[in-house]
Design a protein around this ligand. Structure first.
Ligand SMILES: Nc1ncnc2c1ncn2[C@@H]1O[C@H](COP(=O)(O)OP(=O)(O)OP(=O)(O)O)[C@@H](O)[C@H]1O
Ligand SMILES: [Mg+2]
Length: 291
């Protein structure tokens, strides 16, 4: 079992291959009317997840399996709990004083809420990209070098430079910034900033990348670049993306989960969810009857 306590015990950091769930496998799996397990060996396994903000319950008994090396989209009307559930995966709800989480979220079988888990280490394994690009007020180089430096992932300057270069290449940004690495990250365009933030997340060799509406502040060309990037990254990472765009969910994800009023209504292979949803609420949402 991978220890969340020790990031170096992670299969990805050790360079071992992780279980691959091919999109073909997932398209053969039946859509599930509840949250029943969808993949044989999920990367993330959520069971009975409830979240409360003070007295108000925002999520009700969510059970969901999320495969490795695949893109899973969360869809649903505003306020249905997509971001709340996403934040359970890397314990970002810990940062909200009124939030209380119940149930279990296992990553590679280990509970992220276990007392022994250091949330800072967990968040290096489970990176997050937000709606609004949020580069640090540092240079492009320092934005990407920050994580590897604090987690001691590079032994010297040359190794750190190599990590920065390869992360920027994986994020599809290297060619645009190679000659301005020491200029501020905030000087880039919105789409470039979002790719810089993705490079920053990749630089610590995460296993999971959570993206909360990563394209909603971007124009169509920048959006297309991020979608292309997500498609390339899925061969290496478990990606979860929240989106209000059905078209985007259909383009980038292999599996989709539909939330409504704090409940996970249905999850399954994206194609089936969009062509043959089981629940009338899913049907109504994807056909634009509400939301
Ligand atoms: N920090 C918070 N404090 C109190 N209530 C919150 C907080 N964050 C979210 N909520 C409530 O929890 C519920 C779920 O919110 P959440 O942000 O997860 O929805 P969402 O599906 O991501 O919506 P959107 O599509 O608008 O981003 C909502 O009723 C929201 O008002
Ligand atoms: Mg949200």
């Amino acid at each position: 079992m991978t220890s969340i306590l020790n990031p170096l015990a992670s299969p990805l950091l050790q360079g071992h291959a992780m279980t691959v769930h091919s999109p073909d496998d997932s398209t053969r799996a039946p859509a599930t009317s509840t949250a029943a397990p969808a993949t044989a060996d999920p990367k993330i396994k959520a069971r009975g997840v409830k979240v409360f903000y003070g007295d108000k319950q925002a999520l009700f008994d969510v059970d969901l399996d999320i495969p490795a090396k695949s893109v899973t989209a969360f869809i649903g009307p505003s306020g249905c709990g997509k971001s709340t559930f996403l934040r359970c995966i890397n314990r970002m709800n810990d940062t909200i004083p009124s939030a209380r989480v119940e149930g279990s979220i296992l990553i590679d079988g280990a509970d992220v809420n276990a007392k022994s888990v250091d949330p800072v280490v967990l968040r290096s394994r489970v990176g997050m990209v937000f709606q609004k690009p949020n580069p640090f007020p540092k240079t492009i180089f320092e934005n990407v070098a920050y994580g590897p430096r604090i987690h001691g992932l590079a032994t010297g300057k040359a190794e750190l430079e190599a990590i920065v270069e390869s992360s920027l290449k994986k994020a599809g940004l290297w060619n645009e910034v190679a000659d301005r690495l020491h200029q501020p990250g905030t000087g880039l365009s919105g789409g470039q900033q979002q790719r810089l933030v993705i490079a920053r997340a990749i630089a610590v060799s995460p296993e999971v990348i959570l993206m909360d509406e990563p394209c909603s502040a971007l124009d169509p060309i920048a959006t297309a670049k991020i979608e292309e990037l997500i498609d390339e990254l899925r061969s290496q990472f478990c990606i979860v993306i929240v989106t209000h765009s059905m078209a985007q969910a259909a383009r980038v994800s292999q599996r989709t989960a539909f939330f409504h009023l704090g409940k996970l209504v249905e999850s399954g292979p994206t194609e089936e969810m969009f062509t043959n949803p089981r629940d009338s609420r899913t049907q109504d949402y994807i056909t634009g009857r509400f939301g």
